[in-house]
Design a protein around this ligand. Structure first.
Ligand SMILES: NC(=O)c1ccc[n+]([C@@H]2O[C@H](COP(=O)([O-])OP(=O)(O)OC[C@H]3O[C@@H](n4cnc5c(N)ncnc54)[C@H](OP(=O)(O)O)[C@@H]3O)[C@@H](O)[C@H]2O)c1
Length: 340
């Protein structure tokens, strides 16, 4: 458990990556009570420094004693590093908030989106998991609807940006786009196919049931976060040539009837949600507008006329912020408030 302090020693593991960079920026922007920031990455980054609150902070490599004296460690260095180092960090007495998928479905590890299930932070044992980016933005919208009308089933299709894969994928989209516009042949390395000017119905690896791991994360993580195994979810996840922000089309079937106006009113009052929905004026959430925003934007709210109690909507959030760094920092902020 976190001890009350005026300021905390905070570590970012994976500091040089897409999420790590955003974590450093988020800590700075939210004026998080940082006593000292420690930054970790691979041996490739040895000798690098990164700027935090106006001073250059060295990037270190991990070893068994790295976590001594650290209060909070934000991990975003991939599942394998989390598998090895998160227990080492927790054993050293620091609270780990892990962005990888390594610990998410472990029954001993809470999986938390503060707007939805902050109460689960009470039973952590040193490691707290941050959910998958596409799940986070979905559950902040589903939770108020579930509380009001009990969700029976969700059909979700995602349109996920390349920053969800990390820095190398952002470079690949930029390089392929530049090559194509200059009539040069395209080279692929991060994705199995060209991502520029294309959509790939393939995120993470394929499983025996024909779904991808990303799709099954949306099914299983949603149930764990919402604390309700009866919610049926089916997902199709698609990578699109967008740099930042995931968009999602949701079809939600509820037990109780809700009109589009009921949902609009409900979501307008929901924490972390902005209703941005005036289609007659061409107003609906767009990835280019939501980049760098903290909230999850919702629009195109309408009744599904093909079933009794159904709602369709469109949601967009910044995958590097609410989908990763911001959610992790919000968890840390909640832990501090709980320790007071
Ligand atoms: N991108 C997203 O939207 C998103 C959302 C939710 C969760 N996540 C999760 O967050 C994690 C990082 O994603 P990312 O998108 O930021 O990837 P990324 O841009 O590829 O960054 C990976 C980071 O991990 C570090 N790293 C690699 N090997 C390491 C090692 N042996 N020891 C220490 N650090 C090491 C890298 O350091 P070097 O620079 O030195 O190689 C880099 O800082 C992944 O687990 C991912 O699933 C990502």
């Amino acid at each position: 458990m976190l001890k009350t302090k005026n300021k905390y020693v905070v570590a970012v593991v994976g500091a040089t990556g897409a999420v790590g960079n955003e974590m450093i920026a988020t800590l700075e922007q939210r004026d998080f009570p940082v006593d000292r920031l420690r930054l970790f990455a691979s041996e490739r980054s040895e000798g690098k420094t990164l700027s935090f609150n106006g001073s250059e902070t060295p990037v270190e490599t991990l070893n068994e004693s790295s976590f001594r004296g650290i209060d909070i460690a934000l991990f975003s260095a991939g599942g394998e590093r989390s598998r090895i180092w998160a227990p080492v960090a927790a054993k050293s007495g620091c609270v780990v908030i892990d962005n990888s998928s390594q610990w998410r479905m472990d029954p001993e590890v809470p999986l938390v989106v503060p707007e939805v299930n902050a109460h689960d932070l009470k039973w952590h044992k040193g490691i707290i998991a941050n959910p998958n980016c596409s799940t986070i933005q979905m559950v902040v919208v589903l939770k108020p609807i579930h509380d009001a009308a009990k969700i029976k089933r969700v059909v979700v299709t995602t349109f996920q940006s390349v920053s969800g894969t990390g820095k190398k994928a952002m470079d690949e989209l930029l390089r392929q786009t530049t090559d194509l516009l200059n009539f040069r042949p395209v080279q692929t390395s991060v994705y199995p196919h060209q991502i520029a000017f294309n959509c790939l119905p393939h995120i993470d690896t394929f499983l025996e049931n024909g779904y991808t791991r990303e799709e099954m994360k949306m099914v299983n993580e949603t149930r764990k976060i919402m604390g309700d195994d009866t919610i049926r979810v089916t997902a199709t996840t698609v990578r699109v040539p967008v740099f930042r922000c995931h968009s999602e089309s949701l079809n939600i079937e509820t037990e109780k009837k809700m009109s589009a106006n009921d949902v609009r009113a409900l979501l307008s009052a929901a924490p972390g949600v902005v209703v941005y929905d005036a289609p007659e004026k061409n107003i609906y959430p767009l990835a280019v507008d939501v980049a760098d925003k903290d909230e999850t934007y919702v629009g195109r709210i309408r009744e599904d006329e093909s079933i009794e109690n159904g709602i369709n909507l469109w949601i967009v959030a910044d995958n590097l912020r609410k989908g990763a760094a911001l959610n992790a920092v919000q968890i840390a902020e909640k832990l501090i408030r709980m320790a007071e």
